[in-house]
Design a protein around this ligand. Structure first.
Ligand SMILES: CC(=O)Nc1cc[nH]c(=O)n1
Length: 101
């Protein structure tokens, strides 16, 4: 099974179903619709759930909108700040939509 990591600060939102997408750079988006993926924390690699990928869609940073923000359980300003911090200067992102399994 493939693995993906999330920062620990996102764990509770994922487990509660409040965060249903993740925005990644291309090298971190090597999953496809239907993949079942093991999820662990980036900081310590502790497993915390499995997800199924619903879709993988390219999205430009400048086209991020309120829907993306809601799917990340953030405001749009928060989302842009978070993505800019994780991927400084990156314009082309990939949105991975997922559900808990
Ligand atoms: C570890 C890591 O890169 N985590 C990320 C990156 C972008 N979005 C996200 O939800 N988690």
């Amino acid at each position: 099974m493939k693995n993906i990591t999330f920062y620990g600060r996102f764990e509770n939102d994922i487990l509660a179903g409040r965060k249903t997408i993740t925005l990644r750079e291309a090298s971190d988006a090597n999953v496809s619709a239907g993949d079942k993926v093991r999820v662990s924390r980036y900081e310590d690699d502790v497993f915390f759930c499995n997800i199924e990928v619903i879709a993988v869609t390219p999205v430009m940073f400048d086209n991020l909108n309120e829907t993306h923000a809601a799917q990340e359980n953030m405001t749009l300003e928060q989302l842009k700040d978070v993505i800019s911090e994780i991927y400084p200067g990156l314009r082309e992102l990939f949105m991975i939509e997922f559900r808990l399994i």
